[in-house]
Design a protein around this ligand. Structure first.
Ligand code: UDP
Ligand code: MG
Length: 326
Protein backbone atom coordinates (compact mmCIF):
# COMPACT_ATOMS: atom_id res chain seq x y z
CA UNK A 1 0.00 0.00 0.00
CA UNK A 2 1.29 3.40 -0.94
CA UNK A 3 1.69 6.20 1.54
CA UNK A 4 0.05 9.54 0.91
CA UNK A 5 1.62 12.94 1.56
CA UNK A 6 0.20 16.42 1.77
CA UNK A 7 2.44 19.34 0.95
CA UNK A 8 1.12 22.63 2.30
CA UNK A 9 2.23 25.81 0.54
CA UNK A 10 1.06 29.11 2.07
CA UNK A 11 1.20 31.93 -0.45
CA UNK A 12 0.73 35.66 -0.33
CA UNK A 13 1.31 37.58 -3.56
CA UNK A 14 3.62 34.95 -5.00
CA UNK A 15 2.67 35.11 -8.71
CA UNK A 16 6.32 35.45 -9.67
CA UNK A 17 7.34 32.15 -8.14
CA UNK A 18 4.31 29.95 -7.83
CA UNK A 19 4.41 28.11 -11.15
CA UNK A 20 8.11 27.29 -10.75
CA UNK A 21 7.42 26.16 -7.19
CA UNK A 22 4.70 23.88 -8.47
CA UNK A 23 6.99 22.37 -11.13
CA UNK A 24 9.78 21.70 -8.64
CA UNK A 25 7.48 20.26 -6.01
CA UNK A 26 5.84 18.02 -8.55
CA UNK A 27 9.17 16.72 -9.80
CA UNK A 28 10.36 15.91 -6.29
CA UNK A 29 7.10 14.32 -5.17
CA UNK A 30 6.90 12.18 -8.32
CA UNK A 31 10.32 10.80 -7.41
CA UNK A 32 9.18 9.47 -4.05
CA UNK A 33 6.89 6.88 -5.66
CA UNK A 34 3.98 7.37 -3.28
CA UNK A 35 0.81 9.42 -3.79
CA UNK A 36 0.54 13.03 -2.76
CA UNK A 37 -1.48 16.24 -2.89
CA UNK A 38 -0.22 19.80 -3.10
CA UNK A 39 -2.37 22.07 -0.95
CA UNK A 40 -1.87 25.73 -1.84
CA UNK A 41 -3.35 28.13 0.68
CA UNK A 42 -3.95 31.54 -0.80
CA UNK A 43 -3.64 34.00 2.07
CA UNK A 44 -5.55 36.87 0.49
CA UNK A 45 -3.14 37.57 -2.36
CA UNK A 46 -3.98 40.61 -4.42
CA UNK A 47 -2.17 39.31 -7.50
CA UNK A 48 -2.73 36.35 -9.81
CA UNK A 49 -1.42 33.63 -7.46
CA UNK A 50 -4.83 32.05 -6.84
CA UNK A 51 -5.84 32.23 -10.48
CA UNK A 52 -2.62 30.51 -11.49
CA UNK A 53 -3.18 27.64 -9.06
CA UNK A 54 -6.76 27.33 -10.27
CA UNK A 55 -5.51 26.85 -13.81
CA UNK A 56 -2.88 24.33 -12.75
CA UNK A 57 -5.49 22.45 -10.75
CA UNK A 58 -7.62 21.99 -13.89
CA UNK A 59 -4.73 20.07 -15.42
CA UNK A 60 -3.43 18.26 -12.38
CA UNK A 61 -5.70 16.70 -9.84
CA UNK A 62 -3.01 16.55 -7.14
CA UNK A 63 -3.30 20.32 -6.84
CA UNK A 64 -5.75 21.87 -4.41
CA UNK A 65 -6.46 25.42 -3.45
CA UNK A 66 -7.83 26.86 -0.23
CA UNK A 67 -8.70 30.45 -0.94
CA UNK A 68 -9.00 32.81 2.07
CA UNK A 69 -11.40 35.72 2.10
CA UNK A 70 -8.50 38.06 3.06
CA UNK A 71 -4.96 38.01 4.43
CA UNK A 72 -4.93 36.16 7.75
CA UNK A 73 -1.18 35.63 8.08
CA UNK A 74 1.37 32.95 7.34
CA UNK A 75 0.81 30.90 10.50
CA UNK A 76 -2.94 30.84 10.00
CA UNK A 77 -2.49 29.78 6.37
CA UNK A 78 -0.39 26.83 7.53
CA UNK A 79 -3.08 25.96 10.07
CA UNK A 80 -5.75 25.90 7.36
CA UNK A 81 -3.54 23.67 5.24
CA UNK A 82 -3.31 21.23 8.16
CA UNK A 83 -7.09 21.30 8.56
CA UNK A 84 -7.60 20.31 4.94
CA UNK A 85 -4.63 17.98 4.46
CA UNK A 86 -5.52 14.34 3.91
CA UNK A 87 -2.07 12.76 3.89
CA UNK A 88 -0.50 10.44 6.43
CA UNK A 89 2.43 12.77 6.55
CA UNK A 90 2.13 16.52 6.11
CA UNK A 91 4.93 18.76 4.85
CA UNK A 92 4.92 22.54 5.25
CA UNK A 93 7.06 24.51 2.81
CA UNK A 94 7.36 28.19 1.82
CA UNK A 95 6.23 29.20 -1.65
CA UNK A 96 9.38 31.15 -2.52
CA UNK A 97 11.74 28.15 -2.94
CA UNK A 98 13.93 29.27 -0.06
CA UNK A 99 13.32 25.82 1.31
CA UNK A 100 14.58 23.44 -1.39
CA UNK A 101 11.84 20.89 -2.18
CA UNK A 102 14.49 18.18 -2.61
CA UNK A 103 14.94 18.14 1.19
CA UNK A 104 11.43 16.68 1.45
CA UNK A 105 12.78 13.33 0.23
CA UNK A 106 15.21 13.24 3.17
CA UNK A 107 12.34 14.06 5.51
CA UNK A 108 10.28 11.23 4.09
CA UNK A 109 13.20 8.83 4.66
CA UNK A 110 13.26 9.83 8.34
CA UNK A 111 9.50 9.51 8.60
CA UNK A 112 9.70 5.99 7.21
CA UNK A 113 12.32 5.20 9.85
CA UNK A 114 9.59 5.97 12.37
CA UNK A 115 9.99 9.63 13.33
CA UNK A 116 6.82 11.68 13.77
CA UNK A 117 8.29 15.14 13.31
CA UNK A 118 11.19 15.92 11.00
CA UNK A 119 12.18 19.57 11.10
CA UNK A 120 14.72 21.23 8.85
CA UNK A 121 17.55 23.14 10.47
CA UNK A 122 19.10 25.96 8.47
CA UNK A 123 22.87 25.81 8.37
CA UNK A 124 23.14 28.88 6.20
CA UNK A 125 20.74 31.54 5.06
CA UNK A 126 21.53 32.92 1.64
CA UNK A 127 20.35 36.20 0.21
CA UNK A 128 18.92 37.59 3.41
CA UNK A 129 19.84 40.91 4.89
CA UNK A 130 22.36 41.10 7.71
CA UNK A 131 19.60 42.68 9.80
CA UNK A 132 17.30 39.70 9.34
CA UNK A 133 20.02 37.17 10.09
CA UNK A 134 21.19 38.96 13.24
CA UNK A 135 17.72 39.65 14.62
CA UNK A 136 16.67 36.05 13.90
CA UNK A 137 19.75 34.69 15.70
CA UNK A 138 19.12 36.89 18.74
CA UNK A 139 15.41 36.12 18.76
CA UNK A 140 15.76 32.33 18.70
CA UNK A 141 18.28 32.44 21.52
CA UNK A 142 16.23 34.87 23.57
CA UNK A 143 13.16 32.70 23.16
CA UNK A 144 14.94 29.53 24.20
CA UNK A 145 16.33 31.25 27.30
CA UNK A 146 12.81 32.29 28.28
CA UNK A 147 10.87 29.07 27.92
CA UNK A 148 11.02 25.55 29.22
CA UNK A 149 9.73 24.18 25.91
CA UNK A 150 12.67 22.97 23.88
CA UNK A 151 12.16 24.87 20.62
CA UNK A 152 15.05 24.08 18.25
CA UNK A 153 17.00 27.18 17.16
CA UNK A 154 17.35 28.22 13.51
CA UNK A 155 14.42 26.20 12.24
CA UNK A 156 11.43 27.57 10.39
CA UNK A 157 8.14 25.99 9.57
CA UNK A 158 9.71 23.82 6.87
CA UNK A 159 9.05 20.38 8.34
CA UNK A 160 7.25 17.09 8.01
CA UNK A 161 4.75 15.95 10.60
CA UNK A 162 2.94 12.67 10.94
CA UNK A 163 -0.86 12.48 10.73
CA UNK A 164 -1.19 11.95 14.49
CA UNK A 165 0.86 15.08 15.24
CA UNK A 166 -1.22 17.02 12.71
CA UNK A 167 -4.41 15.90 14.44
CA UNK A 168 -3.10 16.98 17.84
CA UNK A 169 -2.08 20.37 16.43
CA UNK A 170 -5.50 20.82 14.92
CA UNK A 171 -6.94 20.45 18.39
CA UNK A 172 -4.90 23.40 19.68
CA UNK A 173 -7.17 26.30 18.98
CA UNK A 174 -5.09 29.23 20.16
CA UNK A 175 -5.42 32.34 18.03
CA UNK A 176 -1.96 33.88 18.03
CA UNK A 177 -0.16 30.88 16.73
CA UNK A 178 3.53 30.18 16.80
CA UNK A 179 3.47 26.85 15.02
CA UNK A 180 7.11 25.84 15.33
CA UNK A 181 6.73 26.22 19.11
CA UNK A 182 3.50 24.24 19.18
CA UNK A 183 5.14 21.41 17.24
CA UNK A 184 7.88 21.20 19.88
CA UNK A 185 5.37 21.47 22.68
CA UNK A 186 3.34 18.45 21.54
CA UNK A 187 6.36 16.14 21.79
CA UNK A 188 6.45 12.79 19.91
CA UNK A 189 9.54 11.37 18.24
CA UNK A 190 11.33 14.29 16.66
CA UNK A 191 14.44 14.51 14.55
CA UNK A 192 16.01 16.90 12.08
CA UNK A 193 17.65 17.17 8.71
CA UNK A 194 20.06 19.98 7.89
CA UNK A 195 19.92 22.19 4.83
CA UNK A 196 21.13 25.44 3.39
CA UNK A 197 18.45 28.03 2.92
CA UNK A 198 18.44 29.43 -0.60
CA UNK A 199 17.77 32.90 -1.80
CA UNK A 200 14.19 33.82 -2.53
CA UNK A 201 13.56 32.71 -6.11
CA UNK A 202 11.79 35.93 -7.10
CA UNK A 203 9.75 38.72 -5.58
CA UNK A 204 10.09 40.44 -2.23
CA UNK A 205 9.82 39.11 1.30
CA UNK A 206 6.25 39.06 2.57
CA UNK A 207 7.48 39.56 6.13
CA UNK A 208 8.08 43.25 6.67
CA UNK A 209 9.48 44.38 10.02
CA UNK A 210 6.00 44.94 11.45
CA UNK A 211 4.97 41.33 10.81
CA UNK A 212 8.29 40.08 12.10
CA UNK A 213 7.86 41.92 15.41
CA UNK A 214 4.32 40.63 15.80
CA UNK A 215 5.51 37.11 15.06
CA UNK A 216 8.34 37.39 17.60
CA UNK A 217 5.93 38.67 20.25
CA UNK A 218 3.56 35.78 19.51
CA UNK A 219 6.43 33.35 19.97
CA UNK A 220 7.48 34.82 23.29
CA UNK A 221 4.04 35.40 24.80
CA UNK A 222 2.80 31.95 23.73
CA UNK A 223 5.63 30.15 25.41
CA UNK A 224 6.83 32.29 28.30
CA UNK A 225 5.52 34.30 31.23
CA UNK A 226 8.93 35.74 31.94
CA UNK A 227 8.23 39.23 30.52
CA UNK A 228 5.42 39.56 33.06
CA UNK A 229 7.80 38.74 35.86
CA UNK A 230 10.18 41.47 34.78
CA UNK A 231 7.75 43.94 36.38
CA UNK A 232 8.14 42.20 39.71
CA UNK A 233 11.94 42.12 39.56
CA UNK A 234 12.26 45.72 38.39
CA UNK A 235 9.79 46.81 41.07
CA UNK A 236 11.76 45.09 43.83
CA UNK A 237 15.04 46.45 42.61
CA UNK A 238 13.78 50.03 42.38
CA UNK A 239 12.07 49.95 45.78
CA UNK A 240 15.21 48.60 47.40
CA UNK A 241 17.47 51.22 45.79
CA UNK A 242 15.05 54.03 46.70
CA UNK A 243 15.10 52.81 50.27
CA UNK A 244 18.91 52.95 50.38
CA UNK A 245 18.89 56.39 48.80
CA UNK A 246 16.39 57.65 51.37
CA UNK A 247 18.73 56.57 54.15
CA UNK A 248 21.55 58.42 52.49
CA UNK A 249 19.47 61.61 52.20
CA UNK A 250 18.38 61.48 55.84
CA UNK A 251 21.94 60.84 56.94
CA UNK A 252 23.18 63.91 55.06
CA UNK A 253 20.33 66.07 56.31
CA UNK A 254 21.06 65.19 59.93
CA UNK A 255 24.86 65.29 60.00
CA UNK A 256 25.67 67.87 57.30
CA UNK A 257 23.23 70.71 57.84
CA UNK A 258 24.89 72.83 55.15
CA UNK A 259 23.78 70.30 52.49
CA UNK A 260 21.28 71.88 50.08
CA UNK A 261 18.78 70.52 47.60
CA UNK A 262 20.32 70.21 44.11
CA UNK A 263 18.59 71.54 41.00
CA UNK A 264 15.48 70.33 39.22
CA UNK A 265 17.31 68.53 36.41
CA UNK A 266 17.92 65.39 38.43
CA UNK A 267 14.35 65.32 39.69
CA UNK A 268 12.89 65.65 36.20
CA UNK A 269 15.36 63.10 34.83
CA UNK A 270 14.55 60.48 37.43
CA UNK A 271 10.86 61.17 36.99
CA UNK A 272 10.99 60.63 33.25
CA UNK A 273 13.05 57.48 33.61
CA UNK A 274 10.69 55.92 36.11
CA UNK A 275 7.58 56.89 34.18
CA UNK A 276 9.14 55.32 31.11
CA UNK A 277 9.81 52.08 32.96
CA UNK A 278 6.26 51.98 34.34
CA UNK A 279 4.72 52.57 30.90
CA UNK A 280 6.93 49.93 29.33
CA UNK A 281 5.89 47.38 31.92
CA UNK A 282 2.25 48.31 31.41
CA UNK A 283 2.79 47.67 27.71
CA UNK A 284 4.15 44.20 28.47
CA UNK A 285 1.05 43.43 30.51
CA UNK A 286 -1.05 44.88 27.68
CA UNK A 287 0.47 42.42 25.19
CA UNK A 288 -0.75 39.53 27.30
CA UNK A 289 -4.16 41.05 27.96
CA UNK A 290 -4.67 41.69 24.24
CA UNK A 291 -4.00 38.04 23.57
CA UNK A 292 -6.40 36.94 26.31
CA UNK A 293 -8.98 39.21 24.64
CA UNK A 294 -8.36 37.56 21.25
CA UNK A 295 -8.91 34.16 22.81
CA UNK A 296 -12.09 35.18 24.58
CA UNK A 297 -13.71 36.58 21.42
CA UNK A 298 -13.29 33.13 19.96
CA UNK A 299 -13.64 34.17 16.34
CA UNK A 300 -12.71 31.57 13.74
CA UNK A 301 -9.03 31.58 12.82
CA UNK A 302 -9.70 32.08 9.12
CA UNK A 303 -12.50 32.36 6.59
CA UNK A 304 -12.37 30.29 3.42
CA UNK A 305 -14.05 31.80 0.42
CA UNK A 306 -13.52 28.86 -1.92
CA UNK A 307 -11.87 25.47 -2.15
CA UNK A 308 -10.71 24.01 -5.45
CA UNK A 309 -9.68 20.46 -6.24
CA UNK A 310 -11.80 18.66 -3.66
CA UNK A 311 -13.69 16.74 -6.27
CA UNK A 312 -15.90 14.68 -4.03
CA UNK A 313 -16.69 14.34 -0.37
CA UNK A 314 -15.26 10.84 -0.19
CA UNK A 315 -11.85 12.13 -1.05
CA UNK A 316 -11.75 14.34 2.00
CA UNK A 317 -12.88 11.51 4.23
CA UNK A 318 -10.58 8.87 2.87
CA UNK A 319 -7.90 9.45 5.50
CA UNK A 320 -10.09 7.62 8.00
CA UNK A 321 -9.20 4.32 6.31
CA UNK A 322 -5.47 4.84 6.24
CA UNK A 323 -3.32 2.27 7.89
CA UNK A 324 0.20 2.89 9.02
CA UNK A 325 2.26 1.80 6.02
CA UNK A 326 5.69 2.72 7.32
N1 UDP B 1 3.06 34.33 3.62
C1 UDP B 1 1.68 34.19 3.82
N2 UDP B 1 1.00 35.21 4.43
C2 UDP B 1 1.62 36.36 4.84
C3 UDP B 1 3.03 36.47 4.66
C4 UDP B 1 3.71 35.43 4.06
O1 UDP B 1 1.09 33.17 3.48
O2 UDP B 1 0.94 37.24 5.37
C5 UDP B 1 3.79 33.21 2.98
C6 UDP B 1 4.66 33.60 1.81
O3 UDP B 1 3.94 33.61 0.60
C7 UDP B 1 5.72 32.51 1.82
C8 UDP B 1 5.87 32.22 3.32
O4 UDP B 1 4.69 32.70 3.93
O5 UDP B 1 5.29 31.34 1.18
C9 UDP B 1 7.11 32.86 3.92
O6 UDP B 1 7.11 34.25 3.62
P1 UDP B 1 8.43 34.99 3.10
O7 UDP B 1 9.22 34.07 2.23
O8 UDP B 1 8.02 36.30 2.49
O9 UDP B 1 9.19 35.25 4.46
P2 UDP B 1 10.79 35.25 4.68
O10 UDP B 1 11.33 34.01 4.04
O11 UDP B 1 11.28 36.48 4.00
O12 UDP B 1 10.93 35.28 6.16
MG1 MG C 1 11.03 33.45 2.15
Amino acid sequence: MKARYSVIVPMFNEEQVISVTYERLKKVMDECGDTYELVFVNDGSRDRSAQMIREISDQDECVKLIDFSRNFGHQVAITAGMDYAEGQAVVVIDADLQDPPEVILQMIEKWKEGYDVVYAKRLKRRGETMFKKVTAKIFYRLLSSMTSVDIPTDTGDFRLIDRKVCDVLRGLKEKNRYIRGLVSWVGFKQTMVEYEREERFAGETKYPLKKMIRFALDGITSFSHKPLKIATYVGFFLSFSSFLYLFFVLFQRIFFTSWTVPGWASIVGVNLLFNGIVLMLLGVIGEYIGRIYDESKDRPLYIVSETIGYRNEEEVDRRKDYKDVR
